[in-house]
Design a protein around this ligand. Structure first.
Ligand SMILES: Cc1cc2nc3c(=O)[nH]c(=O)nc-3n(C[C@H](O)[C@H](O)[C@H](O)COP(=O)(O)OP(=O)(O)OC[C@H]3O[C@@H](n4cnc5c(N)ncnc54)[C@H](O)[C@@H]3O)c2cc1C
Length: 233
């Protein structure tokens, strides 16, 4: 299961734990019960759990993703640190993050925006309308000149023998990076809530939309019920 995102990015499911029945059985253990077939009563139970913030049963469903995204998207993504345990040697509880290293692997891919957006006038961190065509062409020229210079300079530093870990200091935030991200259903829903809203940056929203499709394929009932219970589209 893999969805292409932006010009060279993707989200791929590597592994997952549980099914729609996992949340049901995690909740029903309170009554000493276990279901083997998903029934209408289970939908009601899951809706109740989601609506009333009984979220712990949703943390038994875990997905491991392989994600390729520009660095500026990843910088927003890695703010989602729920469950990280920093007080001892165990790195994470719920959420795990491992990233490709530009110290080992030379950077090859860079995100190229095709449509340039104007600064928003009512949201200091957001975008407004798209640039008119003539200015879009101008932005494209500025970008292409800059990237040609950057890529040539980076390659030249590597050719001279500069260490990859140092040569990368000249690279911009549109460089693609790759991670493995493992998170629970609840943590993914929190990500979707924050990163599908219209104030989230367009590029990370494209990843959130793809993520929702993948989660819906793995846990169709639970995702549908969660969205309905929270009045999300
Ligand atoms: C539109 C937008 C703009 C943003 N702008 C900025 C910005 O300008 N600068 C910036 O630094 N960040 C910014 N952020 C990042 C934001 O502040 C959050 O760090 C990020 O969205 C992760 O959200 P989260 O803490 O809910 O995620 P997670 O880490 O996944 O946490 C999930 C939930 O767990 C709970 N939780 C997590 N940690 C704790 C804790 N230590 N104690 C108690 N409860 C906890 C909270 O209920 C939290 O919602 C922005 C985010 C968005 C969506």
């Amino acid at each position: 299961m893999k969805i292409e995102v932006l010009d060279s990015g993707f989200i791929e499911v590597i592994d997952h734990l549980g099914t729609d029945l996992t949340v049901v059985n995690s909740a029903r253990v309170s009554f000493g019960k276990r279901q083997t077939v998903y029934e209408e009563g289970d939908r009601k139970l899951v809706r109740f759990l989601a609506k009333n913030k009984h979220y712990s049963p949703f943390r038994h469903m875990i997905i491991q993703f392989h994600i390729k995204a520009p660095e500026f998207v990843m910088r927003q993504w890695y703010k989602h640190v729920v469950g990280i345990e920093t007080t001892n040697s165990s790195a994470t509880k719920d959420h795990a993050w491992n990233e490709l290293s530009g110290r080992y692997v030379p950077v090859k891919d860079f995100y190229k925006p095709l449509v340039w957006r104007q600064q928003s006038t009512d949201n200091k961190q957001g975008s407004g309308d798209n640039m008119p065509d003539d200015l879009n062409t101008e932005c494209q020229k500025i970008f292409d000149n800059f990237m040609k210079n950057v890529e040539e300079s980076y390659d030249n530093l590597l050719k001279i023998g500069v260490a990859k870990e140092q040569a990368r200091t000249i690279l911009p935030l549109n460089q693609y990076t790759e991670i493995y991200w493992t998170a629970s259903f609840q943590a993914i829903m929190n990500f979707l809530e924050l990163r599908t809203e219209k104030t989230a940056q367009w590029e990370i929203r494209q990843y959130a939309i793809a993520l929702k499709k993948l989660v819906s394929e793995i846990y169709p009932e639970t995702t549908d019920i969660w969205f309905q219970a929270h009045d999300w589209e």
